[in-house]
Ligand binder design. Structure first.
Ligand SMILES: CC(C)(COP(=O)(O)OP(=O)(O)OC[C@H]1O[C@@H](n2cnc3c(N)ncnc32)[C@H](O)[C@@H]1OP(=O)(O)O)[C@@H](O)C(=O)NCCC(=O)NCCS
Length: 142
């Protein structure tokens, strides 16, 4: 399995959108809008590939000069629990550090809080709702 940064609008990006739809949106009956996807031109797009097949992904969005937000973390159903999410987290944190960010934060689904805790992220503040699901804000100094 290889980890890489991918470019918006490429074949790899199309695979990433399909994976995110399948794992994060379709189960909720939601779809990405063209405007949402167009806005991702400015994001740092990260994916894990097994040969030509995408296994997992995430995105990094700068919040300000020091903080970056991790978004859209998803691993293909069949290979969840096999270490791919952990590899993506380590890769994403290294990229964030290389780009000079001092803090990483995310809106974590309540069901994923335990995953982020494994990497030292702490819950900040109260539960809130996003895409109809309970979430917590989490953060860590890189
Ligand atoms: C959450 C997700 C990204 C984790 O990726 P993964 O590849 O399944 O996780 P890994 O196999 O790398 O697990 C790394 C560690 O986290 C633990 N872990 C994984 N998912 C977890 C979860 N939901 N809650 C608590 N711990 C979790 C694993 O047991 C493992 O622990 P270990 O190191 O002690 O063995 C993935 O399961 C997924 O895509 N879930 C559905 C979408 C989702 O919820 N995305 C996050 C939105 S905020």
């Amino acid at each position: 399995m290889g980890l890489k940064q991918i470019d918006h609008g490429t074949e790899a990006y199309q695979q990433m959108v399909q994976l995110r739809h399948q794992i994060l949106r379709a189960p909720l009956g939601l779809q990405f809008t063209p405007e949402e996807l167009m806005a991702e031109k400015e994001e740092i797009l990260i994916a894990a590939f097994d040969d030509d097949d995408i296994m997992g992904c995430c995105m990094l969005s700068p919040v300000n000069d020091t903080t970056v937000r991790l978004r859209q973390m998803a691993v293909l159903d069949q290979v969840q629990g096999t270490g791919i999410g952990a590899s993506i987290m380590t890769f994403a944190e290294n990229i964030a550090r290389d780009k000079g960010f001092a803090k990483m934060m995310m809106h974590a689904r309540a069901t994923a809080v335990g995953f982020y805790e494994k990497f030292g992220y702490k819950v900040i503040g109260a539960e809130f709702s996003e895409v109809q699901l309970p979430h917590f804000m989490m953060e860590k100094l890189l």
